[in-house]
Design a protein around this ligand. Structure first.
Ligand code: ADP
Length: 514
């Protein structure tokens, strides 16, 4: 089974300065404060106001229902007195009795009306109230007239025509009075019923408003609480993957999370500076590995120099001028070879700032292979190189890219047994405008269960003192910074092929700054 893995994540920009992070910390703290505590206090105040409004509203509604009930009772009492007066009035016309009672009831109605005039005016219009008073007054005066007729009748003077007239008028005004009073009672009862209906619904409305407000505020608070937490979790996951760039402000205002953000940024700064130190130490390890091979490689030219120098010392008197010149040329050539071997190593070990320059990728890979040739020779490993001619130049940092290819070759050397084989291929990539460098070995392969971790910083399967676990994580960072990608194909026990693709048109912005 062949396992493949491709990485495109962001890169840790080691050149970011401490001062930039300090400024970020200051910026985080300079924002206006709006803490979660204040949020909760505002929510509490809002709910308190809402509860107060509901209580006040209910008290007002209940007191106005109470007033209405009183008024209904008042108007019912008025209606009762009028109806009573009308009953006595009918008795009078039927049986000639109860006229005094009718006068008494009409008087009661009048007293009642004048006592509650203000209340009546607030419910009825001033005109309607005036009409009501007028009918009552008229009714009372007609009853008075009837009383006068009764006195005359007792004295033997009977005026039937006037009595009939009074009866007609009494009926008319009486009916009007009852109609207005009944309408008044009906109106008030209706309005009271409507209000009761409303009061019955108030808890439902309040519940709906409180529910909606609670949902809105809960969502708002969750946003203010969960979102920053999620962002912090994302940031810590990013940090765990080796991206130590500072946490961006997670919300507009300064709050409880600001201290966490500042602390995480401080931690990132620390981790970044330690990572730089670790990268350097990884480089030193690679140099250590290479030194044995380089020493071996230096041995040959130095031996030749020694032999030639001894020969010159012993035979300088017998040597012809041409022979002497030839030997001096040999010395110069051998010294030159040694110098180029040492320069190559020094070139790799030199600490330098990131520099973007046009690069011949084939030549760069070739120089890197040279550094490892003796190591391979010592281990009995064959390195086959295929470099496609006339490849376009890429832009990038020579030192950093050399470090990537060196890491891949040294890993391949570690993976193969004696008599192993490493194939290095530099060619145009399948995707347009990209070049590819493939480093393939027929070594142990990478087991699928560790494949997702091999780019994690400090992940190594090599024994103590042999691996730092930084080679691939550093290489991944460098390639991402060059807008490239690293992919792996591997089969346990058979082979591993790392493919690095690099663009040959676009100039990486990060490198361009330098
Ligand atoms: P180190 O080489 O210091 O262990 P790296 O980050 O370079 O750190 O590699 C991480 C791990 O990936 C190695 O320990 C090894 O298990 C695995 N690995 C890398 N390259 C190869 C390879 N060519 N063949 C098999 N395993 C490899």
């Amino acid at each position: 089974m062949t396992n493949t893995l491709e990485f495109k994540s962001s890169f840790i920009n080691n050149s970011e300065k401490k001062t930039a992070l300090d400024t970020e910390g200051r910026d985080l703290l300079a924002r206006p404060r709006f803490s979660l505590r204040l949020h909760l206090l505002l929510v509490f105040i809002l709910f308190s106001f809402l509860s107060m409004a509901i209580i006040i509203g209910s008290v007002i509604a209940i007191s106005s229902i109470d007033k209405k009930m009183h008024f209904v009772q008042t108007s019912e009492r008025y209606l009762f007195e009028i109806a009573q007066a009308r009953r006595w009035e009918k008795n009078y016309f039927l049986y000639d009795t109860n006229l005094e009672d009718a006068v008494q009831s009409a008087g009661n109605a009048k007293t009642f009306l004048s006592q509650n005039l203000k209340k009546f005016i607030t419910v009825l219009s001033a005109e309607e109230t005036a009409g009501m008073i007028e009918h009552l007054e008229k009714y009372r005066s007609l009853l008075q007239d009837l009383q006068d007729l009764t006195v005359l009748k007792k004295n033997g003077i009977e005026n039937t025509e006037k009595k009939n007239k009074i009866e007609t008028s009494l009926r008319k005004h009486g009916a009007e009075m009852v109609k207005v009073a009944a309408a008044l009672v009906y109106k008030e009862q209706n309005s009271m019923n409507a209000m009761l209906h409303l009061i019955q619904r108030i808890p439902i409305y309040c519940f709906a408003v409180v529910l909606l407000l609670t949902i809105f505020l809960a969502r708002f608070l969750v946003k203010r609480l969960i979102r920053p937490l999620n962002l912090l979790i994302e940031s810590t996951q990013r940090i765990a993957k080796g991206d130590f760039s500072p946490v961006p402000p997670i919300c507009k205002y300064r709050g409880e999370f600001t201290a966490v953000e500042v602390a995480i940024n401080q931690m990132c700064r620390e981790l970044k500076s330690r990572e730089v130190a670790m990268v350097e130490s990884h480089k030193l390890r690679a140099i250590g590995t290479l030194t044995a091979g380089v020493a071996h490689e230096l041995n040959n030219p130095l031996n030749n120099i020694m032999l030639t120098a001894h020969a010159m010392l012993e035979d300088h008197n017998n040597l012809s001028e041409d022979g002497l010149l030839e030997m001096i040329n040999d010395l110069i050539n051998e010294a030159d070879k040694s110098r180029s071997i040492i320069r190559n190593l020094l070139d790799f070990s030199r600490e330098s700032e990131s520099v973007s320059e046009p690069l011949d990728l084939g030549a760069l890979v070739g120089e890197t292979i040279k550094l490892t040739l003796n190591q391979a020779k010592v281990s009995g490993v064959k390195i086959e190189t295929q470099i496609q001619p006339d490849l376009p130049r890429i832009r990038g940092d020579k030192q950093q890219l050399k470090q990537v290819f060196l890491n891949l070759i040294l890993n391949a050397l570690d993976a193969v047994e004696k008599e192993g084989n490493i194939k290095i291929n530099v060619k145009k990539a399948d995707s347009p405008k990209f070049l590819a460098v493939q480093v393939e070995d027929n070594g142990c392969g990478i087991p699928s269960h560790i494949l997702p971790n091999i780019f994690d910083p400090f992940f190594t399967t090599k024994g103590p003192g042999k691996g730092t676990g930084l080679g691939l994580s550093v290489s991944h960072g460098i390639i991402t910074m060059h807008r490239g990608q690293i992919s792996i194909e591997t089969e346990e026990g058979k082979y591993t092929r790392f493919t690095v693709t690099l663009p040959f048109r676009t100039v990486p912005a990060v490198l361009n700054k330098t």
